[in-house]
Design a protein. Structure first.
Length: 765
């Protein structure tokens, strides 16, 4: 059964039923506010402002009641599970909209988050499509919980028609009271049409703890007009109107969070200005249009087009701008997300990366996990992961390629807990040479408490374990950095880096080859793990793909390495690890106690799938790279949304990887993943081959042979490129013949002059 479809050139997804097998939510956000809203209008909202305590609210219910017949129903299905004659939910980039029809009444409910304000705006339109006048009661009730219930007060300012709730976290130490003063935030609710009645108390509105029953306010006809103190607060408005046949009644409701009541009143005063809400919606739509217009692709794969043109951009923006909705974060996530974001906002991405750079210690080390809100370190923040300097080098190099701003390498950036400052270039050198000193007896980079795969925390806990992945990844980072070293004329450091890359390559090929694949590393006792002798965890994907990416796997080893990767394949991408762990393994550590088939323990971990796709592109295998990208998307025909259970507007963290399980292929349904940034970059820069370099766009396709033609529009450094690539011979890669505005162009790097539109024809030969 299909539950929906893309519309409006892929920028919208229409869910055709409220009865999806799992919640299918859209996410709407700005830098201050985040809202998840499901196919029935339910979800949660969170403040992203550091000065205001984060909060979450659950239900958003709407009830309609016909005064004459006393019939009542939920136009958005929940919570009474009201069956309606018609239903649709459209999730778009800037908004969600719900349309239903029941008892001759058509209801249209629209919600969006403005481009800047910390609020959500709901528009309710009730249209009478019957032949008689109808007196309709509309009840809109929102959970307003914002802190401990015992300290909560929810009230209604009848003069301003503003409902508000405030709660102070009373369970704090005496000395913490003043620190929490700044978190004394208000949630508020108001309408542009004054409600006839209101409720602030969940108990008084519903009359029961069972919220799936018909509320007593609906049964009785009126809300209670009373405050709530020390109990579950709600914001409930009751609007009433007699609607003539063919006419409609419309009102708006704003739910938001503010530092104090005066700020809420200011928001209300501004909002009630005529046309202000419409202006906010136009601005929100314009924002996403401007993001999406940066590049648009037209390939034979419509689903790929939808994701690249719209939804990956939104997911990458969310991950980068909100720090994945968390204050608990590894810098590797921030850096990789920012690589994708650099294709959308180069300066915004640079700010993220330079902030991370300033966390580097003078030695070159960077603590991987830290609390971004300044709170005390906990959990993974207390461990010593070694891979952060690698990501700093690689990601900053890619940022410079995307922006063309080589001067960024000369910016002065401080070090953590030090008065010293240095150029970004020096920061990167220190990162590399710090890693170079962190090598074990086999010449590999030390594992510490984990490499890219955090839960491999057993092998290096004593400080001697070594990581194959970290070693080949450092080699790759050096390869990306060397062109900048050469460009700056730093021959001395260039020679040191080239020698280091050779040493890393030799160490891996001398000690890590296991006959058919590369091992994952050596533990603290020098015993290899991730090898054929292991009962579980024999084959680790990342060690193979990154050995290919950096060129360490060559000749016969390259072919065997490739075969090992193929052996991990499923209908929705390669498993990260095989066989997965079913019992505790003291060498691997925490990864072995994760549920087999989930996350790093044998799932199809989508982020690592993108590493695999890059390894295919490095080999010139566009068929395999595209196949992996296609399988990773939730629209994959071999594992479609009806099976993986995910709404296809974002790529997930992983798919369940145990083949013999009934859950094989189920999506994690988590949008917090670096997959989106990698997929967007891989498709545009490497698969389609419209690659950002310091000097400009370089044309270097590596595509599936069956693609005969594709197009891409890309705004790049103040120029617009309209590029058509033709592939009459069915090649995957090869030399290219280029025409720019009808003239032969011998350079693979396209011209770039501000304000010019270039029409580029490319033929793959």
């Amino acid at each position: 059964m299909s539950y929906g479809f893309f519309s409006d050139a892929g920028s919208e997804y229409v869910v055709t039923t409220p009865k999806t097998p799992v919640i299918w939510s859209n996410y709407l956000f700005n830098d201050a506010y985040y809202l998840e809203v499901s196919q029935t209008g339910q979800g949660s909202s969170t403040s992203l402002m550091p000065a205001i305590r984060q909060f979450t609210r659950g239900f958003r219910y709407f009830y309609l009641k016909d005064e004459k017949s006393s019939q009542y129903w939920n136009p958005l299905y929940a919570p009474l599970k009201s069956d309606v004659d018609e239903y649709s939910c459209t999730h778009a980039l800037s908004h969600s909209e719900f349309i239903s029809k029941q008892n001759g009444i058509r209801t249209r409910i629209h919600v969006f988050v403005p481009a800047h304000a910390a609020c959500e705006i709901w528009t309710v339109t009730i249209r009478n499509e019957s032949d008689l006048p109808r007196s309709i009661f509309v009840y809109s009730v929102f959970s307003m919980e914002n802190g401990g219930l015992m300290g909560s007060k929810c009230d209604y300012d009848s003069e301003r028609h503003l409902l508000y709730n405030v709660a102070f976290p009373y369970h704090v130490k005496y000395e913490d009271k003043f620190r929490f003063d700044r978190y004394n935030s208000y949630t508020y609710m108001f309408s542009d049409v004054d409600p006839k009645f209101y409720d602030c108390s969940e108990q008084r509105f519903f009359g029961s703890e069972d919220l799936t029953e018909v509320p007593i306010a609906v049964l009785n006809g009126n809300c209670s007009n009373t405050a709530a103190e020390g109990e579950n607060p709600v914001g409930a408005f009751q609007h009433q109107r007699t609607i003539e046949p063919g006419e409609a009644f419309q009102f708006k409701i704003v739910i938001g969070i503010a530092n104090d009541l005066d700020e809420a009143k200011e928001v209300q005063a501004k909002f009630l200005r005529e046309g202000h809400a419409e202006e906010l919606l136009v601005t929100a739509k314009q924002h996403w249009n401007s993001v999406c217009e940066l590049f648009q692709v037209e390939t034979p794969d419509q689903d790929l087009n939808h994701f690249v043109n719209h939804w990956l951009k939104k997911q990458v923006s969310l991950m980068t701008r909100t720090n994945r909705l968390s204050a608990y974060s590894p810098v590797r996530n921030q850096l990789q997300d920012a690589v994708g974001y650099s294709m959308l906002d180069g300066e915004g991405a640079a700010q993220v990366m330079l902030k991370v750079t300033a966390r580097q210690e003078p030695s070159g080390f960077i603590q991987q996990w830290y609390m971004t809100d300044g709170s005390a370190p906990r959990a993974l923040c207390l461990l010593n992961h070694k891979d952060a300097p690698i990501w700093l080098v690689y990601c900053l190099c890619e940022l410079v390629q995307q922006t063309g701003d080589v001067s960024l390498l000369q910016r002065m950036v401080p070090f953590k807990d030090s008065p010293e400052k240095a150029t970004v270039y020096d920061h990167l050198l220190r990162a590399i040479f710090y890693m170079a000193k962190e090598r074990g007896e086999h010449g590999l980079i030390l594992m510490g408490d984990g490499d890219w795969t955090d839960p491999i925390n057993g092998a290096g806990r004593l400080g001697r374990g070594e990581s194959t992945w970290s070693t080949v990844a450092l080699k790759f980072a050096i390869q990306q950095f060397l062109p900048f070293v050469e460009r700056l004329g730093d021959q001395k450091q260039g020679k040191r880096l080239e020698e280091l890359a050779r040493e890393l390559d030799e160490a891996v090929n001398s000690h890590c080859w296991d006959g058919d694949w590369y091992i994952a590393g050596f533990d603290d006792n020098g015993i290899p793990f991730g090898c054929r002798e292991d009962e579980e965890g024999q084959l680790f994907l990342n060690a193979q793909t990154w050995a290919i990416i950096c060129g360490t796997a060559r000749g016969e080893r390259l072919e065997k390495c490739r075969n090992a990767v193929v052996s991990l394949d499923t209908p929705f991408g390669p498993r990260l690890l095989d066989p997965p762990f079913t019992k505790w393994n003291e060498t691997w550590g925490r990864i072995s106690i994760k549920l087999a088939g989930t996350t790093e323990n044998g799932s199809v971990y989508c982020h690592a799938s993108m590493f695999k796709a890059l390894s295919d592109l490095v080999r010139g295998d566009g068929n395999s790279a595209y196949d992996t990208i296609r399988k990773t998307m939730p629209t994959n025909t071999e594992n479609p949304p009806e099976k993986n259970l995910q709404i296809p507007i974002y790529v997930p963290n992983y798919y369940f990887g145990l083949q013999k399980s009934d859950n094989f292929g189920l999506s994690s349904r988590h949008h917090s993943t670096g997959t989106a940034a990698w997929m967007m970059w891989l498709v545009v820069d490497r698969l389609l081959g419209i690659q950002a370099t310091i000097d400009g766009l370089k044309v270097n396709p590596c595509i599936p042979g069956e693609w005969k033609e594709y197009r891409i529009k890309r705004k790049f450094r103040n120029s617009l490129y309209e590029i058509t690539v033709r592939n009459p011979k069915g090649l995957q890669t090869g030399s290219v013949q280029i025409q720019v505005d009808g003239l032969e162009w011998s350079n693979h790097v396209l011209p770039n002059e501000s304000g010019i539109t270039y029409r580029v024809d490319v033929q793959l030969d």
